[in-house]
Structure formats: C-alpha cells, structure tokens
Unconditional design. Structure first.
Lengths: 326, 780
C-alpha cells in the first residue's frame, strides 16, 4: 500500500534527497563494492562526526576522502602525519610580513572542509591533541586569536593496524572525538575486475573536476534536518540500555560515555534519514553500533565482534509500546 | 533475565557448595524424628548429585536462548511438587507434615532448581539468596550435632562467595593489570586466622575455649526456659527431648524416678515394704528478744574465718546432680499416631431410660502373651476375624489423666506400658478394655498400642442374627423401661427396605445424625424419665452422650447388641506440629457407642456429628490395588465419556497452537481499532504470537526487520503484506506521537494492511516459511 495521504520523506526532502543520492552515487563510483562503508561515511558526515579509518595501505582511504571532498563541494586538505609534524603545521601560524611590517596569519589545513589526516598515529601526542581539539571545538586558537573552522569541517583520519613500530596510539579519551571507526577491507573479485577494466586506457593527465553533488550551504541544511529526525521513547530507552550494557560488560575497559551516547543517537538519526524515514528505529541503532562502539570501548581487535554481539544480544529490542500512550 | 550474563565458573561452583550445605541442613530439619542423620545427609547428597547432573547436561544440550523458559517451567514444577506430595500423603496416610517443613522442602527444591541454571548470573545469585534463607530456616528447625558444623561451613563458604562475587564484579582499568589477580594469599591468611580460632576453641586448652565460647551467645539456662532454646545449661529444651522420644519424657526411664514422691509403677516395693526413712535435717535456733530485733535492722556480716576451726580431714565434695526441672502436663493425654482415634475408658451396658450403668468388670483371665520385641509387649490372644484391615500403632503419653483403664483404641492387638513386664499388673476392665490392676496410671507413663482397624466393606458382609431381647446385658433395659413406640417407629422407618446387617447400623447412625443437631450445652430436663424420647422427639439437639445413647438404644430396639463407651477423642485438628503429638484436653472427653459382633468384637460407631471413626489402615499394596480397582471400575463405568474426553484432549493437544491462534485472532478481530497505531501494534502482537506458535519466536535481540525480512522473502507472493505490516508497525512504535507527527497512513489503509498481513501470514504460512529461517549471524 502506498502511503497516499502524505508524501514520503524522500518526496518531502525534494532537492536534498537528490543531493544525497548524487553524493552516494559519486562515492560508490569512487569506491567500488563498498556500499555499506559509503552509507556509514554518509551517516558520519550528516551526523557532523569525524571518521577514523583503520586499514591497510592502498585500500582507498584517500580516494574516499577526496571523492567526499569533491562531492560536498568543499576544500580538501591532506596531512601526512609524521613524528616531526608540529601543531602549527596543522592549525596554521603567523609569519612576519616584512612589507607590511605586520604578522600575517597563514591558515593550516584544518581550515579545509574535508581534512584527511593520514596515519594519524604517527604524529606526536602534542600534534594529535591540536587536531583533536579542532575536531571537538571546530575552532583553533592561535596566539590568543580564535579562528572558527568551516561549518562543515569533517576529518577523515586513517591509521595502519599492522605497523605499530614508532607510532603513538590514540588514547581512549581522544578516540572519543571520532564518531566512528571503519574498516574498508578488500574489494570483491567482481569489483576488482571492474576496477582493472576501468583502469585500462584511462587518461594519465589530470581529469577535470566533476561538479559537486551538494550546493553551498546544502550540507549544513542536511545536517540540521538530520538533527530533527524523531527518536521515539522506545528507541531512546533502547539506546540507554545498550549504553549501560556496554558499561557493565566484563571485557570492556571503558564503557560508552555520554558524549558517545549522544553521537550514537545522532548517527542513528542520520542512518534513518538516509533510509528515507523521519524517525529512527532499532535497526538504525544496531547498524551504527559496530562502527561507533569499536572506536570507544577499547576492546582487543580479535574480540571486538564477539563483545559487540554480546552487548547487543544482552538487550531486548523494544517492540511493546504502552498502548494507552499510542 | 534477558540481559543476563554468564556467571563466573568459580562463583558458580561456590554457589553450588552453598546450596549443597543448605540442602543438607534442610534434610536434617525435614527428617522424621529418629532417622539417623547419615540417612538425611545421604538423601541431600543424592539430591545434589542429581542437580549437578542436570546442570552438566543442560550446559551441553540446552541453548542459552531456551534457558529462561525451561528454567521457569522447571522451577514452577519444583515449587508445586512438595505440595502435591503432601496432598498425596494426606490422602494416603490421613495426615500431612507441618506447613513449615513443606515450605522448607519448597525452598530446598527452588535452591536446587536455581543452581541447575546457575551459569546465568541472575539464577546463580538467586540460588545463593535462597540457600541463605534455607540454611537459616533449616538450622532453626533442625536438631542434632551436625547442624552446627553445617552452619559453620556455610558461613565460611558464604564469606568466600561474597568475596568472589564482589571481586568478579569489579572493573579494572587497563593500567592495573597486576591487580586482577585474586588475593588468594590474603584470603588464605583470613581463613587460617578464623580456622585457627575454631580449632583452638574446640581442641585447645579449656580457658581459650571458654573465652571464645563466651563471645557466642547461648539461649536457655538455669531457672529459665525458652521454647526456642537451641542450647544452654540445665533445664533448657535439650534436657527433655519430648519431641523425639515420648517415652523418655518425665521419669519412666529415669533413675531419679525412685526419688519422686509421685505414685509410680516402680514403687510397688515401697508400697509393700514402706518407704525408706529419710532423716530430716533440722536447724536449731533460739529466739531473740524483741529488743535485739529492732536494734539490728541489717543482717550482720558473717565472720567465717577467725576463731573457727578448719578440719584437714574431709569427705570428697559431692555435688548433687542437677535434675531437669519439672514440666507439668497441660493435657489429659498426648497421642502420637494416626488420628482421629477413640480411646475408650469406661463402658456402660444397662440403661433405664435415664441412667446408664457401668458394665461390670470382666472377671475372665486376661489372655496376655508377653513378647519381647524392643521392650516388653503384651499381645492379646484374640481370635482372628475377617472384618479387620491393617493395624495402626499409637503412643499415648498420660498427662493429667487419673485412670486405671488404659486409654487405648478399640480392638487392641498388643500394647506396652513403659518397662512393665508382669502379666499380673493387667486385667480386663470391660470386654476388650485393659486396665492396670489396683492402681491408676501415673502421669508421664507412655502406653504404646497396636490396634486393628475395621474395614467397613467387610463389615457389610457380616451377619447379625436377630436375637430379640436376649439376656445379654448389652441388649437389656432395666425393668420398667419401655422404649417409646414413636422412637421405635422412627428407628424402623430409618432402616426400612435395608436388609439386616451393618447397613442398618449405618442407617441408624446416619439417621440420628440427620435427625438432631449437636449442642454441647443441650440438657434433658431433670425430671425426664426417657432421655431418648426427649432427645429424638422433642429437643432434637444435645451433646454427644445423647447422640450415643439414642443410637445405642435404637440399635438395641432393632436387635443389635450395643454399649455406651466414654473416653477420649484425639481430634486431628489438635495436632501440635512442634511436639508432633495430638493433644487431648478436657474438652476432648467424648461418649460414643459400640456394636458387638457375633464373635465378640466391639465395633465403635460415631453418631455425633463432627466426630469421625478412625479410617482403616491398609498396607500400601492393598491401598494401591484398591485405588487401581476403583479407578478401573470408574473408568469402565464412564468408558464412553472418558474415550470422548481423551480424544478431545488429544485433538486439542495436537492442535493446541491452531486453537490458540484462532482464539487470538478472534480477540484481535474484536479489538481491531480504527486508530492506525493501535491497529498496527495489535496486529504485530498477533504476528509475533503466530511466529512463536510456529516454533520460530523472534529472538529478543533481533529487530522486526532482521527477523521477519528473511521470513517474508520465503513467500514472494505475500512478502509485500508482511513488509507493509513491518513498515506500519515500525512507524507506530518508533515515530513521534500523534500530535507531533500526523499519520503517514490513513486509518482505512492501515487496517487493510493489518488485515492482509493477518490473512496472508497464517500460522501454517509461518510454519512453512519460518522454520528454516536462520538467525542473522553477525550484525555488525
């Protein structure tokens, strides 16, 4: 039965919906066979979160970040984190202009719309802190001057799970700044075949930039719209119960923080929005649980799947409303 | 329970230990008096082994998801079993255990049942809690030397459990890995200190033991007595274990008996030769003048040292042994054994319309055979008769009753009175009644009896020849008394059309019970010459002796030999669970009648409403056989109805889910609301039930889409219906309330979606589509 009396959310969203579809399509074209990852990235973007990608080199982390920057029509910046990277290299610094005899501010890469911080765990904790402050506050303070970052500032940080030598692992408190942690993984055989096929005869010179999927200010409007998606009392209770379950699980060293719970709710809203609904369901909550909890709970990587499954299995999905209140 | 987590194995093991200890304590408390404690421990061990076996089996064969349902059903069954056993016991033996023992058994079962599922934390914690209450209750109810060690072991294990449970509940941060180790050394030290104190207290020097024992309060003591005392000095409860061995109460088996000034069976020598002379000690005093008394208001301090002599040659100090304090009996007699029971004391035969005359003492020699089986028992050499069922044993402890006839049930088979082993102590009081010759039974004497019970079915086969007004005293009325013709007519009308025999006796008894009302205060007028006529024709109410008189006289008028018996009635409601005896008070003095059979046996009849004759006692196989026979007879009489009922029950059991589904669908139809949200939620509920009855309930942790999505895809033609319902249900459950978010669906559309889902996704459809549905393996 088609819900005839009222337009669907997609119909109501109109141009927003088209923009999301277009962005999704461009990301899927850039990263073949990774629809789930793309959905999570989109959810993270719409929830105004930041993304940590942990995977091996060459799996498309930079490609994804670039495609995203192109899609939302913003500026893209990339930092290759190394131990000698200084906070000023990220935030920017003031230099003395001999012509004007004044200090001039040179903005760093954090003033981009999409920032790719490659191998973030290779930067020193001091540099990491500078970036993480910018992520949390969406502003940087240099020489007592406050500089506001882009409204749609979005960080994609990557780390390599294999080479741990000479790295500075992000502490749990700083990991909490990321909305989610994703793994891209290897593409399937068909996707790799198609990738190879597309690469044959590809032009070597710089290709013209395709038009961005979102117009100016549209991302901000979408993010506001996501924040308005309804989270009913049942889903809210479900979220709280899951958060408590994460805190009481024996193998979890650091349970979900209230900030993490707020992020989870926002991601749930974003996922519902991407599904074309104006209300969140337990499916949205569960779908976002993995990427969200993985970055926060400090579980051994090999036990992650089991612990997440135990946490979710320990809470019943709410399906019984109080009929008198319906 | 849904959010249950796995219990730590070590905690689980200690919980099992706690439950095992509590079960041992409970078994000791539940045990019948006299049962060796080792038997109780063996039973407890058996129960724990069974529980452990079920735990082991369930851990391997029952999936976690099914645990809750099975556990709850199992616990319910375990809860009900003791009550059911008590019901059977009541029906079988005619008496049940005290309620507190049944509750102990219930608690024990719950503890063992919970332990079976203790791999889940909530069950394990509940099991520990139940074991705590169980051990508390059991230790307050149990006796014997094993209770304290069990209690001590429980305290130690309980402390360990608390420590472990607390330890396992702690959350350590990643930086304190070293502290994760269990502090076994500290714990061992604590155990060594406590255990050492216990060893010193029990085996060490007396002073240390006394000092440690002083830390523990005791109850009971000199000059006071607490009924709940578990230990103490002198006249506490432990001195007189009346609840366990009635024959040990008082003086009958005590050396101090000879010193008692009460009359006894053993002071016959004293009566013959006189009492031994006891020199009386006298304090010689001189009177003081009044003057001295007024001057010395206070007692002067005694000077026991100076100016006196001290002899170095002395006797060994001889402290008198302390005797237990005397406990006055509060009842006439205390009865242990099946009740109700009539204990006859005096029989009357001649009746003159107003007074009964006591039956003369039987002058015949009392045919007693002494047999030595666990004490001097006397067997009555009575001819065998066909009317008897099995025999019952009673112990009657004489309290304040002062009587020479033995208070014993009718048709006595054998008896024992303390340690009296001489035949010449006993004689016939009346026919079938024994008395002690020449004296009354002293208080505190325990009479053990074994009497035959009468089978009413066999009585009906006994012939009662009509002897008319014979010369036997049990048939006679004194001269001048003629039974009122109306009374005779009444008796005849009650037995009209009933052939002569026990049936007529039963009819007369039932007639008297129907005809008059029991009234303890009813009295015949002082000038009444015919009590029976007054009772049956005028007042039609009166006390038990009027009922008994009326029944006896009416039966005599019909040609049966009867007599009136006065004695004691041990009523079942007087059973005292604490002492496990039935108390017979002054209020239980009772009068009834007895009918004489041709072979000389007297059969009690009970005409007074509210009183009952002792039920026949059967060996268990006879009872089982009788029950089986009755069941077969009843089944043959109702064969058709039973067959129809069985078929119907089988069909219902076979189709129970379909029936439940029909019922639920009817309710759903009746409550189908116009509001789309209510409509969707109720329909979802119905669909969830169908999925449950189809054997594939949605696991709690899976969302509607995760579970019903794959199911819907199994039937492509109907998938749209189920998916539509899921969309509608999700919207109803999770979207904003009505005011904030107007319906996406018109009410007609919503109802139509629900109807289509219910029509398409029937129970059968779920069965065919849902069974192979697999749980979603990984979600993240």
């Amino acid at each position: 039965v088609k819900p005839a009396t009222r337009p669907t959310l997609g119909e109501r969203n109109g141009p927003h919906n088209d923009a999301v579809h277009s962005l999704r399509a461009s990301l899927n074209a850039a990263l073949r066979g990774k629809e789930t990852v793309v959905e999570h990235v989109l959810a993270c973007l719409l929830a105004r979160g930041h993304l940590l990608i942990e995977d091996l080199p060459g799996l498309g982390k930079t490609t994804l970040a670039k495609a995203l920057a192109r899609g939302i029509g913003g500026r893209f910046a990339r930092i290759q984190c190394t131990p000698d990277l200084l906070p000023g290299d990220i935030t920017g610094f003031r230099v003395y202009d001999q012509k004007t005899r004044e200090f001039e501010f040179l903005p760093g890469p954090v003033f981009a719309d999409v920032l790719l911080a490659d191998e973030i765990n290779r930067a020193t904790p001091r540099t990491q802190s500078a970036l993480l402050e910018a992520m949390a506050e969406r502003q940087v303070t240099i020489d007592s001057v406050r500089h506001v970052l882009s409204d749609t500032f979005f960080v994609i940080a990557t780390q390599n799970p294999v080479e741990q030598h000479g790295t500075y692992p992000l502490p749990e408190a700083q990991l909490d700044r990321f909305a989610m942690k994703l793994r891209i993984g290897y593409p399937g055989r068909d996707d790799e075949r198609a990738m190879l096929e597309a690469a044959v005869g590809a032009r070597l010179d710089e290709q013209p930039e395709p038009a961005p999927s979102l117009s100016a200010g549209q991302l901000r409007a979408l993010q506001e719209r996501v924040a308005g998606v309804v989270v009913g009392p049942l889903v809210r209770d479900y979220l709280v119960a899951l958060a408590h379950a994460s805190r009481s699980h024996r193998q979890v060293t650091l349970g979900l923080s209230p900030r993490g719970l707020l992020t989870w709710q926002r991601l749930t809203q974003a996922r519902a929005f991407l599904q074309g609904r104006d209300y969140a369901t337990p499916d949205d909550v569960q779908d976002m649980a993995g990427p969200l909890l993985e970055v926060r709970l400090g579980i051994e990587p090999e036990a992650t799947a089991r612990v997440l499954s135990e946490i979710i299995n320990s809470v019943s999905v709410p399906v019984e409303p109080n009929l008198s209140s319906v | 329970l849904a959010a249950d987590v796995e219990e730590d194995r070590f905690v689980c093991g200690v919980t099992m230990g706690l439950t095992a200890l509590a079960t041992c304590a409970a078994e000791l408390a539940i045990a019948e008096p006299g049962r060796p404690p080792m038997v109780s421990l063996a039973i407890a061990t058996g129960l724990c082994v069974i529980a452990g076996g079920v735990y082991w089996w369930s851990r391997r064969h029952i999936p976690r998801s099914a645990t809750r349902r099975i556990a709850i059903v199992g616990l319910l069954v375990l809860f009900v079993v003791p009550f059911a056993v008590e019901g059977v016991r009541l029906a079988w033996f005619g008496r049940a255990q005290p309620m507190e023992l049944v509750l102990l058994a219930v608690l024990r079962n719950l503890g063992l049942g919970l332990v079976v599922w203790s791999r889940q934390r909530s069950f394990a914690r509940l099991a520990a809690l139940v074991s705590f209450f169980l051990v508390l209750l059991a230790s307050s109810a149990a006796d014997g030397p094993l209770v304290l060690p069990i209690l001590g072991a429980y305290a130690a294990a309980g402390s360990l459990w608390l420590m472990l449970a607390y330890w396992r509940g702690l959350h350590f941060s990643a930086t304190t890995d070293g502290a994760r180790r269990f502090p076994a050394a500290t714990l061992s030290l604590a155990l060594i200190v406590v255990g050492g104190a216990a060893v010193v207290a029990t085996m060490g020097p007396a002073r240390a033991a006394t000092a440690l024992a002083g830390l523990f309060p005791s109850s009971g003591g000199t000059l006071w007595d607490d009924p709940d005392a578990r230990g103490g000095v002198n006249d506490g409860e432990n001195e007189v274990k009346g609840s366990e061995k009635p024959e040990s109460i008082g003086f009958t088996e005590s050396d101090s008996y000879l010193d008692s000034d009460r009359p006894s069976l053993y002071d016959a020598f004293n009566e013959v030769y006189g009492e031994p002379l006891k020199p009386k000690s006298r304090d010689k005093m001189i009177a003081l003048s009044n003057q001295n008394i007024t001057e010395q208001k206070e007692r002067p301090a005694e000077n026991l040292r100076a100016g006196r002599q001290f002899s170095a040659v002395r006797e060994r100090p001889n402290r008198p042994a302390r005797r237990p304090g005397e406990r006055e009996a509060k009842a006439l007699v205390y009865v242990k054994g099946p009740t109700p029971v009539h204990l006859g004391l005096v029989a009357y035969d001649l009746f003159d319309g107003r007074d009964w005359r006591e039956q003369p003492h039987c002058e015949r020699d009392c045919p007693l055979v002494l047999e030595d089986r666990n004490g001097p028992w006397f067997q009555l050499a009575l001819p065998p008769a066909t009317i008897f069922a099995g025999s019952v044993a009673h112990q009657v402890k004489v309290g304040t009753l002062d009587s020479s006839p033995l208070p014993a049930p009718a048709n006595l088979l054998r008896f024992r009175v303390g340690q009296v082993n001489r035949r010449d102590f006993f004689g016939w009081s009346h026919e079938g009644m024994i008395r002690i010759e020449g004296r009354t039974i002293p208080s505190g004497t325990v009479i053990e009896t074994e009497a035959r019970t009468i089978d009413p079915r066999r009585l009906r086969a006994v012939s009662f020849p009509d002897q008319g007004y014979s010369l036997h005293p049990s048939m006679m009325f004194t001269d001048g008394y003629r039974l009122d013709p109306q009374v005779e007519e009444l008796a005849r009308s009650w037995v009209d059309n009933i052939p002569r025999g026990w049936g007529q006796v039963e009819a007369v008894v039932a007639g008297v019970q129907r005809h008059a009302a029991h009234d303890r205060n009813g009295r015949a007028p002082p000038d009444c010459d015919d009590v029976v006529a007054h009772f049956l024709l005028q007042s039609r109410r009166g006390p038990d002796y009027q009922f008994a008189t009326a029944a006896a006289v009416l039966l005599r008028s019909l040609g049966y030999q009867t007599r009136l018996v006065s004695g004691l009635y041990a009523a079942p409601h007087r059973y005292d669970p604490r002492t496990r005896h039935t108390i017979v008070n002054r209020d239980d003095v009772h009068v009834w009648a007895e009918v004489r059979l041709v072979n000389g046996a007297w059969v009690p009849i009970e005409p007074t409403p509210g009183y009952q004759i002792m039920a026949p006692s059967w060996p268990w196989w006879e009872r089982a056989l009788a029950a089986l026979t009755d069941a077969v007879r009843w089944a043959r009489a109702h064969a058709l109805a039973i067959a129809i009922a069985l078929v119907a029950i089988a069909a219902m059991a076979w189709q129970r889910r379909a029936l439940l589904d029909r019922l639920a669908t009817l309710v759903w139809r009746a409550r189908l609301a116009t509001d789309p949200r209510r409509c969707a939620v109720r329909t979802l509920r119905l669909v969830e039930r169908r999925s449950l009855w189809a054997g594939c309930p949605r696991p709690n942790e899976l969302t509607l889409r995760q579970w019903y999505g794959p199911i819907a895809s199994k039937a492509p033609d109907l998938a749209g219906d189920l998916e539509g319902l899921m969309r509608l249900a999700e919207w109803s459950l999770y979207s904003a309330p009505q005011a904030a978010s107007p319906a996406l669906w018109a009410s007609g559309d919503a109802c139509e979606i629900c109807r289509r889902a219910v029509r398409g996704w029937t129970l059968g459809r779920f069965r065919s589509c849902a069974r192979p549905a697999k749980r979603k393996e990984s979600r993240t």
